[in-house]
Write a protein that binds this ligand. Sequence first.
Ligand SMILES: N[C@@H](CCC(=O)N[C@@H](CS)C(=O)NCC(=O)O)C(=O)O
Length: 289
Amino acid sequence: MKINPPLLLQINRSYLKLVKGDNFPRYYFQRWFGADFSHTETPTTKSNIDASSAVPISSSSMESNYSQKMAADSTWVSKIILYSFWQSSCSWRIRFALNLKGLSYEYRAVNIDKGEQFTSEFEKLNPLHYVPVLVDGDVVISDSYAILLYLEENYCQRPLLPVEPQLRALNLQAASIVSSSMQPLHMLSVLRYMEERVGPEEKQSWAKFHIQKGFSALEKLLTGSAGKYATGKEVYMADVFLAPQIAVATKRFNIDMSQFPTLSRIYDSCKALPEFQASSPERQPDAAL
Ligand SMILES: N[C@@H](CCC(=O)N[C@@H](CS)C(=O)NCC(=O)O)C(=O)O
């Protein structure tokens, strides 16, 4: 049977519209064009919370080849805004994930060192006063784990979770160890609290203890599954959470990674990725170098 190509295209479009709803034009174009990682202006849209006026501290964006092509399409408007701080490892996870998925976004800097997370405008976005916050049209999400799952469900290009159940669970577990059992114990507000109540030395050894504990567990957990990346040949969610954590642990807390050979190998693989390099703190518009 001969199939008419325009008809095929139409069926494909209807199917995608069905499964992706309003995201169809963006989804369609993002599947077709690649991305690069230079900062320029990106159009934005309104959300229920007026995210555009939330923290107008400094604003830049990730623009890509495909988004320029998308901008030419009148139906497509970039929606993703990321509230981020250059040194925040939680924000770094999302910058890395967005780059891996080839999604352009507008970067809005929130200086958590200067307390900009406590403004009433930012509180509307995240009552917990933490970065990152991702705004995608009317959707506002303020936790890196939830953001990653949201991106995974709504932007299916370059999956960050494998299909195989065991490997999928392993990725979720590794990401959860980083985001629940490591980073919260050495975050800015916790260390400030400790410094005030206990002392500066204790603050550092407390952080180091919990980082080493987490890495020891992750080293054991991932040794059997790791290839180039944490769970094999492909970069997935475990890597997205692990690599920024290792970077922060070595730079800020002087953790010796030679005791964790598997994690070190995974980190080296991530460091070689342009998507990781572009997401690094020093490449962000608010980097104070
Ligand atoms: N569970 C949250 C944690 C977010 C978080 O701890 N963010 C840090 C930066 S990495 C922050 O905003 N800290 C501000 C503070 O401690 O006051 C996530 O994964 O997004």
